[in-house]
Design a binder for this molecule. Structure first.
Ligand SMILES: *Cc1c(COP(=O)(O)O)cnc(C)c1O
Length: 432
């Protein structure tokens, strides 16, 4: 593979916004919908300019964050907001892989992303940098939980005013993990889709930068870094198969865009990567459309413990369907009980505590393997997008309890004996 020489220019690499249908061009402002086609707007790039600017070496010499891929992101600033987001571990799975019968499984662990322990820090770092460039002083979002955490934290770091909106029934960890940054927090009595509709109205009249509404074209580009990092961490190679969760469907489609861009500028060889998506059965409009062979998504009313991915009317649902179909992937859903099992399985086999979205993804991975839809030899990457400490309610009552003992050796020994008996009983139960 030929490599372009070291960086010779730092010209702007993104040129305009363009509608996903019809190719109508727009200026690089806070716009997200095409007035003619009503389709979403997307950032367009000058790939010749990117090819001139980047090489494997220049990226490797860049910052240890998403900003090593700055040429592929829609920001102009020399100093983007850098809170250490990105470059999370790509872990080669041993025990989970063996348990599932896979030979080549990797876990992309955004449960430890910075600063708020979910993949949303990627999209918000990009969105708030762009918001600052466009002159917004107040930023906002409609959130299923993690986005509120990220927006509040990164706005605090950047010294921007912040007002975020969440459904009022979120987990305590998600609410506390927002309030600690002292934004204005609106807990709306309604589901995410109702919160989102309210925010569209607020956005029109207050002139705020809503990261996932009027700034959505910039925000969503941040998810491409989940693709870039995996390619770089695999030694500048694409995987054979990826499994990722679907809420709006944005991150799924952007990993696809990211892989394709790396091929386009010559950083990796072309490969037919299969894309499989995961949803919770209690909110699975995209999985249902996939199963029924539809190319449109029918909205549903969410009812699942996987609140962070509970979007009943997914903005990028039809594009996610298209990606799964054209790459020969699948979209599956799992029950809340399977989600809890998925969380426990990942924790017990790999030492990674993920939230309900990650439990969904692991449970779908298992389901796809059992159905023969993932080949054991495929180099498969499963995306873990959030941290389990934020959704403790989900596993309460499904995990063990501590042995309460006196500060005495006999007390410890008695408890240890009891724990060994329990282990033997459990072993017998599962092996008869
Ligand atoms: C938001 C979120 C997702 C899905 O994001 P989309 O881009 O809307 O599909 C997945 N996992 C977690 C933990 C999230 O918070």
């Amino acid at each position: 593979m030929t490599q372009t020489p070291i960086k010779t220019s730092t010209g702007k690499t993104f040129t305009h916004l363009v509608s996903k249908e019809g190719g109508v061009k727009y200026p690089l402002k806070a716009l997200n919908v095409c007035e003619e086609t009503f389709s979403p707007l997307e950032v367009a790039y000058d790939y010749d300019e990117i090819r001139r600017q980047v090489s494997r070496e220049s990226i490797e010499a860049g910052p240890h964050s998403i900003w090593r891929y700055k040429a592929f992101l829609p920001v102009e600033s020399e100093n983007p907001i850098d809170v250490g987001t990105g470059m999370t571990p790509l872990v080669k799975s041993n025990r989970l892989a063996r348990q599932l019968g896979l030979k080549n499984l990797y876990i992309k662990n955004d449960a430890v992303n910075m600063p708020t322990l979910s993949f949303k820090d990627r999209v918000v770092s990009v969105a708030l940098t762009r918001a600052r460039e466009l002159g917004f002083s107040t930023v906002s979002c409609a959130s299923t939980g993690n986005l509120a955490n990220s927006t509040a934290a990164i706005a605090a770091h950047a010294g921007m005013d912040c007002c975020v909106f969440i459904p009022s029934d979120l987990e305590a960890g998600k609410v506390l993990g927002t309030l600690i940054y002292n934004p204005t927090l609106m807990a709306v009595k309604g589901n995410y889709d109702q919160v989102n509709r309210l925010c569209s109205e607020v956005g029109n009249s207050y002139g705020w930068g809503f990261v996932n509404i009027n700034l959505r074209p910039y925000y969503s580009e941040g998810s491409k870094t989940l693709g870039y990092e995996v390619a770089e961490q695999l030694g500048w190679e694409l995987p054979d198969h990826i499994v990722a969760p679907l809420a709006s469907g944005s991150l799924f489609t952007k990993i696809y865009k990211g892989f394709n861009e790396f091929v386009k500028v010559g950083l990796v060889d072309e490969k037919a990567v299969r894309f499989s998506g995961a949803q919770a059965e209690g909110c699975s409009p995209i999985a249902q459309a996939f199963k029924e062979g539809r190319d449109f998504v029918t909205p549903v009313k969410p009812n699942t413990i996987a609140k962070s991915i509970a979007i009943g009317n997914p903005a990028d649902g039809c594009y996610a369907l298209e990606v799964a179909r054209k790459t020969n992937g699948n979209i599956e859903s799992v029950t809340d009980a399977e989600i809890v099992e998925g969380m426990k399985l990942l924790a017990e086999t790999e030492g990674i505590f993920t939230e309900t979205a990650g439990g969904t993804t692991i449970a779908v991975l298992k389901k796809l393997v059992e159905a023969g839809k993932i080949n054991p030899d495929e180099k498969t990457v499963v995306y873990i997008t959030g941290n389990g400490l934020k959704t403790q309610e989900a596993v309460q009552g499904y995990i063990g309890q501590p042995f309460i003992i006196e500060p005495k050796l006999e007390s410890f020994e008695r408890a240890l004996e009891r724990s060994r008996t329990l282990e033997r009983l459990e072993w017998q139960q599962t092996n008869v």
